[in-house]
Design a protein around this ligand. Structure first.
Ligand SMILES: [Zn+2]
Length: 293
């Protein structure tokens, strides 16, 4: 069967995205899968049981939007239903990338979403990256969990599993996966260092304004009130940001502050730490919030 030039390019892009996922350690063994819309009846996807780092263009599988194979020698991944759910909910996107990048997946395992206003580029492009609840792979639970968030987000963590991104092209969906993993790495380092200074709500709103100015496609606005996002399908993006630049949502970790103290001496268990009343209440509020998450 002859393939069009456009399809040839898509096959080559899927091979390249898979190679990069493997080279960066975002997938191991046969993990991960990629799909792209071919037209309004068919999509093309990676086959099951192959390393994404060593695919060839002829390996791909073409299915319809119910997941039924149309052509290809191999079978599609059992995670294809998650991709199908994303296409059903997002007529504006043409490609889906799913992988298990270790740092982002670590956050997904810890149950910590990447929703804090920390990096300006991430707020402007992806916005927030919530966690879709755990669903047994290859059952309908995973697509159902993804459905809750995918209308308002281009990137999600999947609880105890990995991450998924979607965009207009396969390479742009791949780059969103890179951004999520990079963001997870930076967030982890900041938290290990014990200090995470958040951007203010006002700055978040200013960054959201840049989306329009630079023509950055975002599936939904940042929620003015996080309560808007509760209920069925999220219609906006929850971003944690303090109301005023002086207010700190995430207090410094006292022990780490002592470590970087003037005398350079490591703290001992008997050392006294000083907290203002505001810092103490913020610390307790943060602990309670973490418990709830
Ligand atoms: Zn997976």
């Amino acid at each position: 069967m002859s393939t069009s030039r456009a399809e040839e390019q898509i096959r080559a892009d899927i091979v390249e995205a898979g190679r990069r996922l493997y080279a960066r350690g975002y997938v191991a063994s046969n993990d991960g899968n990629i799909s792209v819309r071919l037209d309004d009846r068919r999509l093309i996807t990676t086959p099951k049981g192959v390393s994404k780092g060593f695919m060839t263009p002829d390996m791909m599988v073409i299915t319809d939007y119910s997941g039924k194979k149309v052509s290809g020698e191999r079978d599609p991944s059992s995670e294809l239903p998650m991709h199908l759910e994303i296409y059903r909910n997002r007529p504006d996107i043409n490609a889906v990338v799913h992988a298990h990048p270790p740092l982002a997946t670590g956050f997904a395992v810890a149950g910590i979403p990447l929703t804090r206003a920390v990096l300006a580029e991430v707020v402007t492009t992806l916005g927030s990256i919530p966690i879709a609840e755990y669903g047994t792979p290859s059952t309908s639970e995973l697509p159902e969990a993804v459905r809750k968030y995918i209308k308002a987000h281009d990137g999600l963590l999947l609880a105890n599993h990995g991450a998924v991104t979607c965009c207009k092209t396969v390479m742009s969906a791949y780059y969103k996966m890179e951004t999520i993993e990079h963001f997870a790495k930076i967030s982890l380092v900041a938290r290990l260092l014990g200090r995470e200074h958040l951007l203010s709500r006002e700055e978040v709103e200013r960054l959201q304004g840049l989306r329009g100015m630079y023509g950055i496609a975002a599936p939904a606005a940042i929620c003015a009130d996080p309560a808007e996002a509760s209920g069925g399908q999220a219609a906006c993006q929850v971003i944690e940001a303090p109301e005023s630049p002086r207010e700190r949502l995430v207090p410094d970790v006292p022990g780490v502050r002592a470590l970087s103290g003037a005398d350079g001496r490591a703290p001992s268990g008997d050392d006294e730490i000083r907290l203002t009343y505001r810092e103490l209440t913020a610390l307790i509020a943060d602990a309670v919030r973490n418990l709830r998450e």
